[in-house]
Design a protein around this ligand. Structure first.
Ligand code: FAD
Length: 389
């Protein structure tokens, strides 16, 4: 079987890797990627963090597999004896609830059922554990005690690709700018360098650009490239390594080396246009949104200093903020691995494994990924993820 993967970020590379791990020489894998340095790819511009704290059981389980691969990167991704350096920092997420606590409690029950080591903390427990945090307005918090943390997303994508290559997957540096269709199948991709590549199956792993790739096949894919600006900052007061704090204001922050990173995510009613330029991070957000929220939550952050800002695209699927994974119902040899709305890096291994099983064994095996099917779009049936950052 010949498989063409469009996009060589973490997701495309993970699909390539698991196809070769499972299919060996029976599967011919080519990844088409115009930007091998991943300068614009979300995988390189992300916050590189992993959590088990989702509202959907399937997302928890996908992260559990992601953690297995990331925490044991040498075993999964090592090539010969070269060290795999992902810089993984085991540390929890801390979700705070200042109003109603029902969602946090319901999510907690889902996570505990799956063995996720998460703990609910009331205000007193929160104050005792994190003395630097203002918890006056916090009703309840949820802390991940293991199986969460952060890592270098760029290094992760590169390590997935290097391992896939070592098993025989090929990379072709070009952009796909045409897809040829014959009835209910795709037959070939046309590349910007003039090459035409035929294949038995095509995987759309183009991240924030997935909508444009689907359009080449005449398919509507409601995935939107929404710019997110991440800020690095320092604080004159020494604080212990903080968890990744999810604040109800729409802001998050965590330790990064000797400093911190953080960002603000627009809410449902905030302006959030598509395709804003990545070379113009929205630095005004720091003063307008992030700093006031951070200074409220951590009094020592009143004196913080912003040191750097960069922007990347979330690939937002607004219907339910969950991914679209698996075949198109009519064009069945076109598979989607798209729309992760800001948590695709940690789910890349589970998606790669799932797509490989679908192509090589004809169905979902390790995890049932059918809740992410494209069909739900036509039916308008949302499969909502409530713990979205
Ligand atoms: C600021 C920010 C913070 C984030 N934080 C986290 C986090 O903490 N944890 C987490 O799990 N996720 C996080 N994410 C989300 C995560 O980064 C993405 O979900 C994930 O990296 C998507 O991987 P991908 O391989 O699908 O896309 P990408 O990494 O964007 O790769 C897609 C590739 O497709 C290529 N491509 C595009 N068009 C074509 C074409 N026509 N032909 C061929 N190739 C094409 C591009 O060149 C690109 O390299 C964050 C994202 C951002 C922006």
């Amino acid at each position: 079987m010949k498989v063409l993967i469009i996009g060589g970020g973490a997701v495309g590379s993970a699909v390539a890797l698991f196809l070769k791990l499972q299919g060996g020489s029976n599967v011919d894998v080519t990844v088409i990627e115009p930007d091998p340095g991943l300068a614009q790819a979300s995988s390189a511009l992300s916050a590189g963090s992993i959590r088990q704290q989702f509202s959907n059981a399937i997302n928890v389980r996908m992260s559990q597999f992601g953690h297995e691969v990331i925490a044991n990167a040498q075993a999964w991704l090592g090539v010969d004896d070269e060290p795999v350096e992902l810089g993984f920092v085991p540390s929890g997420y801390l979700f705070l609830a200042t109003g109603a606590t029902a969602v946090l409690e319901a999510n907690h029950a889902v996570q505990r059922d799956l063995g996720a080591p998460v703990r609910l903390l009331d205000r007193a427990a929160l104050q005792q554990r994190f003395h630097w945090l203002n918890s006056d307005d916090v009703q309840l918090a949820s802390l991940g005690e293991a199986g969460e943390g952060w890592f270098d997303g760029y290094a992760f994508a590169r390590a997935l690709a290097r391992k896939a290559r070592s098993l025989g997957a090929r990379w072709h540096k070009a952009r796909v700018d045409g897809l040829e269709r014959a009835g209910d199948r795709l037959v070939a991709a046309r590349l910007a360098d003039g090459t035409r590549l035929e294949a038995d199956a095509f995987v759309n792993a183009a991240g924030p650009w997935a909508r444009g790739v689907a359009q080449l096949a005449g398919i509507h894919l409601p995935v939107h490239a929404r710019r997110r600006t991440v800020f690095a900052f320092s604080c004159p007061t020494a604080l212990p390594c903080t968890p990744l704090v999810i604040d109800p204001s729409g802001c998050w922050f965590r330790s990064e080396g000797h400093g911190f990173i953080g960002a603000w995510t627009p809410g449902e009613y905030d302006d959030d246009p598509d395709d804003l330029p990545l070379d113009q991070p929205d630095v005004a957000q720091f003063e307008d949104r992030l700093w006031p929220a951070l200074a409220h939550r951590v009094p020592a952050f009143e004196a913080l200093r912003m040191t750097r800002a960069w922007a990347g695209y979330y690939e937002v699927h607004p219907l339910d903020h969950n991914a679209i994974i698996g075949p198109h119902p009519e064009l069945t040899n076109l598979l989607f691995a798209n729309g992760f709305s800001g948590h695709g890096l940690q789910h890349a291994p589970a998606v790669g494994r799932g797509i490989a099983e679908w192509l090589l064994e004809g169905g979902w095996r390790s995890l049932d990924l059918s809740p992410f099917a494209y069909e739900r779009l036509a039916e308008g049936h949302a499969f909502a993820e409530l713990a979205v950052i």
